[in-house]
Design a protein around this ligand. Structure first.
Ligand code: C2G
Ligand code: CA
Length: 336
C-alpha cells in the first residue's frame, strides 16, 4: 500500500444502504474491516463537506461493495497529486474518488476493470449474491465444485449471522471426522454406512470455516494452517479406521493398503502448493481431499473398506505422479 497515512473515507451522503445488513455485517463495518486488513486509516463522515482531502485517500461517495482485494487496485491508481473519479469498464461512475490533495470538483476520470455492486440501486440480495459467488476457491477440486460448495455455501449463509468463528468451525469439522472414523472402525454394514456419510458431511463442513472466514473478513495465517493440520489428522484417522474395518476380510494385506493410502493422502497435501501454482497457470484438474472423502463416502455406502483403501491408494499416488510430471514440464511457473 502507498504511503503510511492512506485513508479510506466513507461519505454517507444520506444513503441508508451503508447501514443495511449484508450477510451479518453492514457495508460501513465491512469497509472499516477492509481498511484494517490493508493497514489504512478509516473515516466515516456524513457529507462531502466533512472530508479533509489533504493526504492520499480513497473516498466512497456511494454505497459501493467491492472485494477486499480490489482496494490494492484502487490504491495503485491514486494520482501523484489531485483527484480522479473512478469509472467502471462499462463507463459507469462508481462513486469512488482517488485523491492526493486537490478538490473533487475538477477531478479527471480513470476507468478500472473491477467488480462491484452499488448497494443503493441493486439491493441487499444482489450484494449478498456478489459475496457468496466469490466463496468458491480457484483451487477447489471437482467434488467441491459440483457437490460440497453447493451445500456448504447455503449453510455458511445461515452461520454468518451467528457468532461462530472460522476456527470453531474447523474444530467442528474435525470432530465430525473423528465420529466418522469411530463409526467406520466398527466395520459393520451400519457402521460403514454412517461413517461414510459422516465423512462426506465433514468434508462439506470443511468448506464452511473458510467461507465464514472470507465472508466475515476473519481469515488468518493461523486459521489456514490450523485448517490444514486438522484435515491431515482427520485423514489419517479415517484411513486407520478403514484399515481396522478391512482387517476382518483381509487380515494379511489390510495394514499395507492402509499405509499406502495414508502416505498417498499426506503426499497429496505435501504437493498441493505446487499444484495450486500450476493450477493458476492453467492446469485445470485438481484432485484433493474433497475426492478422497467422497471415495470414503462411496465405499461406506457399499460396505467396502478394503476396496476403498485400494482406490484411495491408486488415486492419490497417480495424482502425485501426475503433479511431478506436470511440474517437470512447467518449471517456469515457479518464479523466485
Ligand atoms: N481459513 C481461515 N481460518 C480457518 C479456516 C480457514 O482463515 N479456521 C481460510 C484460510 O484463508 C484458508 C482458507 O480459509 O486458506 C481455506 O478455505 P476453505 O474454503 O475452508 O477451503 P479448504 O478447507 O481448502 O477446502 O469442499 C470443501 C473444500 O474442499 C474445503
Ligand atoms: Ca476448510
Amino acid at each position: 500500500m502507498k504511503g503510511g497515512n492512506l485513508k479510506l473515507v466513507v461519505v454517507k451522503n444520506g444513503f441508508d444502504a451503508w447501514d443495511w445488513n449484508i450477510l451479518g455485517m453492514t457495508l460501513t463495518e465491512r469497509m472499516r474491516r477492509i481498511a484494517e486488513i490493508h493497514g489504512l486509516e478509516f473515516q466515516s463522515v456524513e457529507s462531502l463537506e466533512d472530508v479533509n482531502l489533504t493526504g492520499s485517500s480513497i473516498v466512497l461517495t456511494r454505497p459501493i461493495l467491492f472485494d477486499f482485494k480490489d482496494l490494492s487496485t484502487l490504491n495503485q491508481h491514486i494520482p501523484e497529486s489531485g483527484c480522479v473519479e473512478v469509472y467502471a469498464s462499462t463507463g459507469e461512475f462508481t462513486g469512488i474518488y482517488l485523491c492526493n490533495g486537490g478538490g473533487l470538483s475538477n477531478a479527471n476520470k480513470v476507468s478500472l476493470d473491477f467488480c462491484f455492486v452499488d448497494v443503493a440501486t441493486e439491493g441487499v440480495k444482489t450484494a449478498e449474491r456478489f459475496l457468496l459467488k466469490k466463496l468458491i476457491k480457484p483451487s477447489d477440486g471437482p467434488i467441491s465444485r459440483l457437490i460440497n460448495r453447493r451445500i456448504s455455501i447455503p449453510i455458511s449463509r445461515l452461520l454468518v449471522r451467528t457468532s461462530l468463528t472460522p476456527n470453531m468451525l474447523s474444530l467442528m469439522s474435525f470432530i465430525l471426522a473423528l465420529v466418522a472414523a469411530a463409526a467406520l472402525a466398527l466395520g459393520t454394514k451400519l457402521g460403514l454406512l454412517i461413517g461414510g456419510i459422516m465423512a462426506e458431511v465433514a468434508s462439506i463442513l470443511d468448506g464452511c470455516d473458510g467461507e465464514i472466514a472470507r465472508l466475515k473478513l476473519m481469515f488468518s495465517e493461523f486459521g489456514a494452517w490450523f485448517d490444514r493440520v486438522l484435515d491431515r489428522y482427520a485423514d489419517i484417522l479415517i484411513i486407520a479406521a478403514l484399515s481396522t474395518a478391512a482387517m476382518g476380510g483381509h487380515p494379511e494385506t489390510a495394514w499395507m493398503w492402509g499405509l499406502i493410502a495414508a502416505a498417498g493422502s499426506l503426499l497429496m497435501s505435501y504437493t498441493a502448493n505446487i499444484c495450486d501454482i500450476m493450477y493458476l497457470n492453467g492446469i485445470p484438474i485438481r484432485l484433493g481431499r474433497d475426492l478422497r472423502l467422497f471415495i470414503v463416502f462411496f465405499g461406506g455406502l457399499f460396505g467396502k473398506p478394503f476396496e476403498t483403501l485400494i482406490v484411495i491408494s491408486f488415486v492419490s499416488h497417480i495424482e502425485v505422479i501426475r503433479r511431478i510430471g506436470a511440474f517437470a514440464h512447467n518449471r517456469s511457473c515457479i518464479r523466485h
